[in-house]
Design a protein around this ligand. Structure first.
Ligand code: ADP
Length: 491
């Protein structure tokens, strides 16, 4: 068994990928296919669930072939874009409507009405989540209200997030959702076992259409023989951000990871403590193993790598994202320039959708490099604000591990370490989402006795960035940022 491989299905928002992992964590292969994005109206984002399945199967088949056949695969692990809702017919296995993607804002009014009616504090206490179109519950209700095929399906209606849909298709009818994904629907109480009847009533979602909630590792059934020539067991499931946290080895309370992609997603392990935020962070389930729940506190900033894209595509200041590193190093400091990157409002912990961005401190002496450096610095400042909110919620970070496209930038990694006054670690393999799914599958098929053992065996080396900035320089920068932020929040 020990030389057999793990097949990971990494179901992203823009693409689906199949990856092969050796038991020691080396990635041996990858096939990727783009997913069509449908934007039928402003603020609406849809996927074709049939396409998700077809492309996932095609990618998986290529990797199974590369592995030398299904016999060579010990287990499958699945990780996925969270919150996206698929509705299908249990009799035919066919989607009943387009999937509503996590980014979709069509239920904003419904959410506003629920908040107006005073439901948010109780919902947040139970689910860890604020009431927002982001989560699955209002998307499910919208489908019930607007897609007649769902009502026509009657008891044959099945709802699920994307991992649930893929497990159904792969196994030919197993209807489960893992606890990390279930915790993002807003229908599961963080400290409960199954779906919460009160929440299902509030959001108007019939529990009979929902999958059974499962652990994140275990025996979840086998793929139908027809897909890969022989059944392959499915042994690990997790939402993408939770999988990345696991893949980063953040398995102890206080361990935190930041994925620096288009936006920045931070999750900090909270152990068995049900997270309750007073600072508008989200409480979420990190993983459930043998029924034991481990939680995380989560905070997102909307603009991270997209700020670099903006410098490139809108301002034309740089030709490529990679250039920012040398530019930032080419000047001794920001020359007094500060940037508030509120290009899409401000996310956690400020939650000001109306905020707009600012560039301050411009003089005759300001050059392109100062503006680029200020842009990179603004990302560290956003993380500092998040770190402050986590600490105020009693979940201070002991360390921070980074991944995502921006983490390749050594200057940013060093600046984050300096401003957070914390060691920042970057793994050699930044595909942490897939790695986390591989670890769960390896645990689920008995390759390793615990997640920690899987992490030790499958983890790659780390590059560590340690703080070096003198205290007074750090204090100066923090004060400059607070002044800029203060102005924006008062507007
Ligand atoms: P996502 O998964 O959200 O699509 P990725 O993790 O692929 O994002 O990261 C891509 C983002 O990272 C882009 O917005 C890009 O501008 C930024 N990026 C990539 N390389 C660098 C770099 N060397 N320095 C700064 N930003 C970078």
């Amino acid at each position: 068994m020990s030389d057999r491989l793990i097949l990971v299905l990494d179901e992203g928002t823009t693409s689906t990928r199949a990856m092969l992992y050796a038991p020691d964590g080396r990635r041996l292969g990858m096939t990727q296919a783009e997913l069509t994005q449908y934007y039928p109206q402003p603020g609406w984002v849809e996927h074709d669930a049939a396409e998700i399945w077809d492309r996932t199967l095609a990618c998986a088949r290529q990797q199974v072939e590369q592995a030398g056949g299904a016999d060579r695969i010990a287990a499958i692990g699945i990780t996925n874009q969270r919150e996206t809702v698929v509705a299908w017919d249990k009799r035919t296995g066919a989607p009943l409507a387009r999937a509503i993607v996590w980014q979709d804002r069509r239920t904003a009014q419904q959410c506003a009405a629920l908040k107006e009616a005073g439901h948010e504090p109780a919902v947040q206490r139970r689910t860890g989540l604020v009431i927002d179109p982001y989560f699955s519950a209002t998307k499910m209700r919208w489908l019930l209200d607007h897609e007649p095929a769902l009502a026509e399906a009657g008891d044959a209606l099945a709802f699920g997030t994307v991992e649930s849909w893929l497990v159904w298709k792969l196994t030919g009818g197993l209807h489960i959702s893992d606890a990390s994904n279930a915790s993002r629907t807003q229908l599961m109480a963080l400290n409960g076992e199954g779906w919460d009847q009160g929440l299902c009533d509030l959001f108007g979602v019939p529990p009979r259409a929902l999958p059974e909630i499962s652990d994140n590792a275990g025996a979840f059934g086998e793929t139908r023989a027809e897909w890969f020539g022989r059944p392959i067991p499915i042994r690990g499931l997790a939402g993408d951000q939770q999988a990345a946290t696991i893949g980063q080895g953040c398995l102890t309370p206080g361990d935190a990871k930041a994925t620096l992609g288009t936006g920045a997603f931070v999750l900090a392990n909270r152990g068995s403590t049900v997270p309750v935020s007073q600072h508008r962070l989200l409480g979420t389930l990190l993983y459930r193993l043998s029924g034991e729940r481990t939680y995380a506190l989560e905070g997102s900033v909307f603009v991270a790598g997209s700020l670099i894209q903006w410098l490139r595509d809108r301002l034309g200041l740089i030709a490529s994202a990679g250039e920012t590193e040398a530019l930032a190093r080419s000047v001794p400091d920001n020359g007094g320039v500060m940037m508030l990157p509120a290009l899409a409002g401000l996310g956690a912990p400020h939650w000001r959708p109306d905020a707009t961005g600012t560039i301050s401190g411009l003089t005759q002496g300001t050059g392109r490099a100062h503006i680029v450096r200020a842009a990179l610095e603004s990302l560290s400042h956003q993380l500092c604000d998040l770190a402050g909110a986590f600490a105020a919620d009693g979940a201070a970070w002991r360390m921070l591990r980074i991944d995502g496209g921006m983490s390749a930038n050594d200057w940013i990694a060093q600046d984050m370490a300096d401003m957070l006054d914390l060691a920042v670690d970057r793994p050699a393999d930044v595909e942490t989402t897939a790695k986390g799914a591989a670890m769960l599958a390896a645990l689920g098929c008995g390759l390793y006795p615990s997640l920690a053992a899987a992490g030790d065996a499958m983890g790659a080396g780390l590059t560590r960035f340690t703080p070096t900035l003198p205290t007074e320089r750090r204090a100066e920068r923090l004060a400059q940022w607070d002044a800029l932020l203060g102005q924006a929040l008062r507007r």
